[in-house]
Design a protein around this ligand. Structure first.
Ligand code: PGA
Length: 247
């Protein structure tokens, strides 16, 4: 059976002292986890977190990457740079990037492609807004977002991690019920199956206000292979508790 993945997304939070304290507390309480664990940290802290996490049971991830290889793209970070700091994962297409940085399905697909070509596992995020859910468009939206990534990546699609994050559940304290989440995960799983004979290996994470109280029920669903954790990943006891639920 494939091991679940619990990935923290620190977003634009942290500081040198706070990061070190958080990572030391996580490592002190981690033991031998029954799942894979990763932290997606702000770019500015990749070097620090690489030093602190190197050789431990926690993998390092970034939160975004350029779709370009190198060159005149002021402010952007390349996959090669992420690799130098030992990043194994990179979030791609998080709803905050789609919403505040106008990332289109096409850009997200190119970023995933660039990451895969560089040996970084993209954690591709899809999810509907509240208005889209209320209009009955959830399936249509997530399928369209995933289709762009499948189209650009062909058979390599089996190398991605996919995260379903309903936008209305992110940072709001409103979680999708386990049934709501499973329903969408099943749709995404079927879409991946149709695209690749290797789709069984793809981890499908749920994200959106996952916390120590609701994690076990979400993680028990047939098509939920882990979690992408924002707020709760900033508190060592909460993140450790979610990791324990995934074991
Ligand atoms: P949240 O964020 O857990 O704070 O809702 C999840 C995410 O945006 O990845």
């Amino acid at each position: 059976m494939k091991k679940k993945l619990i990935a923290g997304n620190w977003k634009m939070n942290g500081g040198l002292a706070a990061n070190e304290a958080l990572i030391r507390n996580l490592l002190a309480g981690l033991g031998t986890p029954g799942c894979q664990v990763a932290l997606c940290v702000p770019t500015a802290y990749l070097a620090q977190c690489h030093d602190l996490l190197n050789g431990t049971g926690i993998d390092l991830g970034a939160q975004d990457v350029s779709q370009h290889e190198a060159g005149a793209f002021t402010g952007e970070i390349s996959c090669a740079m992420l690799k130098e700091f030992g990043a194994r994962y990179c979030l791609v297409g998080h709803s905050e990037r789609r919403q505040y940085h106008a990332e289109t399905d096409t850009v997200v697909a190119l970023k995933a492609q660039r990451a895969l070509a560089s040996g970084i596992t993209p954690i591709v995020c899809v999810g509907e807004t509240l208005a889209e859910r209320e209009a009955g468009r959830t399936e249509e939206v997530v399928k369209r977002q995933l289709a762009a990534v499948i189209h650009a990546n062909g058979h390599c699609i089996s190398e991605i991690v996919l995260a379903y994050e309903p936008v209305w559940a992110i940072g709001t304290g409103k979680t999708a019920s386990a049934e709501q989440a499973q329903q969408v995960h099943a749709v995404l799983r079927a879409q991946l199956k149709a695209a690749s004979s290797q789709s069984d290996r793809i981890l499908l994470l749920y994200g959106g206000s996952m916390n120590p109280v609701n994690a076990a029920q979400l993680l028990a669903q047939a098509d939920i292979d882990g979690g992408l954790i924002g707020g709760a990943s900033l508190k060592a006891p909460d993140f450790l508790s979610i990791i324990a639920s995934a074991g």
